[in-house]
Design a protein around this ligand. Structure first.
Ligand SMILES: [Zn+2]
Length: 245
């Protein structure tokens, strides 16, 4: 039975297949993460090729025959995010966002908020300033990671010790305990108070404009550590360079 699907989508990853085809991993608004075979998109004459670059927001026509994989039938660009290709640092930061979405968002499970978050993050990177420093510590990448925890229902407790309620400063974060911990309640990964407050601030602010509020490098590392610890605990995976704990 054919199963047609018209949906807004972002290509997360494209893998070369055969002479001119590609296997796409796509995050769709209507069906979550899916895979699709894109026939002929790597031919120079393909009109679809540019519309299914990773990071482009397109409206896709997909068709599912037998088997798990969709076939790409058509694509219209909604937003090119052209700024991602004019600057290598922006593209590297966008790759971190796409990789996180690829690893964290589940297959065949629609999540409207996750889709909106993904397109906002890519738009903020495409239109925002380019920043020095490692792309995985870019404030938009970290803000996306923090908000990804929210839309995945994994947000840890950051305001006070999750066990006894002791107020900050607290020095530890434990994904297993579900938040920050004071010295008396246990250990986990060590996080500075600057990292804890930076994560709270990222969660409270829009991604658009996040690049205008760069983080202290040590705080950025702590935010990434918290996000990595939560994902490691709940999903059995870590984002690049994040320390599990
Ligand atoms: Zn405590």
């Amino acid at each position: 039975m054919a199963d047609p699907l018209e949906t807004d989508a972002v290509v997360l990853r494209a893998i070369r297949y055969g002479e001119a085809d590609a296997v796409l991993s796509i995050y769709t608004r209507d069906r979550g993460r899916v895979s699709a075979m894109a026939k002929g998109v790597r031919k120079a004459t393909s009109r679809l090729g540019g519309r299914v670059q990773p990071g482009v927001w397109s409206r896709l026509s997909l068709h599912r025959g037998r088997g798990d994989m969709y076939q790409l039938r058509g694509a219209h660009v909604v937003r090119t995010n052209a700024g991602l290709w004019t600057e290598a640092r922006r593209l590297a930061a966008a790759s971190c966002v796409l990789e996180a979405a690829m690893r964290v968002l589940p297959e065949e499970e629609a999540n409207e908020e996750a889709f909106a978050l993904l397109v906002r993050a890519l738009g903020a990177l495409a239109d925002g300033p380019t920043l020095p420093g490692p792309p995985h510590l870019h404030p938009v990448v970290l803000g996306f990671g923090a908000k990804l925890l929210v839309v995945s229902g994994l947000l840890p407790h950051l305001q006070a010790c999750v066990t006894c309620g002791a107020p900050p400063p607290v020095r530890w974060f434990s994904a297993r305990a579900g938040g920050v911990l004071c010295d008396g309640c246990g250990h986990g990964v060590r996080v500075g108070d600057g990292g804890r407050t930076a994560m709270i601030a990222l969660l409270a602010s829009p991604l658009r404009g996040a690049a205008d509020r760069p983080l202290e490098p040590a705080d950025a590392v702590d935010v990434e550590r918290i996000i990595g610890a939560v994902l490691g605990e709940h999903l059995g995976l870590g984002l690049r360079s994040a320390t599990p704990g």
